[in-house]
Design a protein around this ligand. Structure first.
Ligand SMILES: [Zn+2]
Length: 264
């Protein structure tokens, strides 16, 4: 079976995702070291116990995820479920490789880019090459994680929400009137409800993200900007799949994406 050294694999992933250029809430790249060579990777959204068990059952050498471990502010002690996860991973000698913000932001493989193509969103492109679909997307917010664009064929919040539901196979939470305008759409996958005001400042008519909080609803009502909470897991299933495919093409490894359902 084709294999690559763990070191070479992680170096390629780090470089491809420009991991060192991000200030993040967790370490990016190799989080837990396992065996020295990798031939079979299990990819998923989150390094949960269920995903680890699939990797062990299938004899995988590495787990590749968007949500790894060791988040800032988390209790760092190795107890309870964290102990169970770590013990299973170490006993099986499996590498845990995770990319958080670098995987959200990547211009083609990232969650924002992949969600856009899934939903039929077309990103605005930065000047001077605004008509070139390969030029960088127009972004907003302190970390440039909000993308701006439009959804051809959808002129209202109701039409956008309907397309989101159909493309993700999941009914989104919508705040606003169905006939509100939707010319300019801002989006950021995952738990970006805290960036809603930045999307409003950037001129969006609609903001699409994964999660919602109580204040989000008031901000949507009082600003007149539509809000769509399409699911954290549902909006972040696509980046890691694109990355897994890129790894497969680069190294010829066996890569399986495992979707472990999450209603949030
Ligand atoms: Zn996330």
């Amino acid at each position: 079976m084709t294999s690559v050294s763990t070191r070479e694999l992680c170096a390629w992933l780090d470089a491809t995702l420009k991991a060192s250029s991000f200030k993040d809430y967790c370490p990016n790249g190799l989080q837990v070291e396992g065996c020295e060579r990798v031939s079979h990777i299990i990819a998923g959204v989150t390094a949960s116990q269920a995903l680890i068990e699939v990797a062990i059952d299938r004899g995988a050498d590495a787990i590749l995820v968007h949500h790894g471990w060791f988040w800032r502010g988390e209790d760092p002690r190795v107890r309870g479920t964290q102990r169970t996860r770590l013990a299973a991973l170490l006993a099986a000698n499996i590498n845990l490789i995770a990319y958080h913000l670098p995987l959200d932001a990547h211009p083609t493989l990232g969650n924002n880019a992949q969600l856009a193509s899934r939903l039929g969103l077309v990103a605005d492109r930065q000047q001077p090459d605004a008509s070139d679909p390969t030029s960088p997307p127009r972004t907003a917010g302190a970390s440039n994680l909000i993308w701006l664009g439009s959804m051809p064929g959808a002129a209202t919040l109701g039409q956008v929400a309907k397309q989101v539901a159909a493309r993700l196979g999941r009914e989104p939470l919508v705040v606003g009137a169905v006939d509100q305008p939707a010319q300019t759409i801002a989006w950021c996958t995952g738990a970006a409800q805290g960036m809603f005001s930045e999307a409003i400042d950037a001129g969006a008519n609609v903001f699409i993200t994964g999660e919602v909080s109580e204040p989000t609803v008031h901000l949507a009502r009082e600003s007149g900007v539509g809000f769509i909470g399409a699911g954290h897991h549902a909006t972040e299933r696509y980046g890691v799949q694109a990355l897994a495919l890129a790894v497969q093409q680069q190294f010829g490894l066996k890569v399986d994406f495992i979707d472990i359902d999450n209603p949030v």
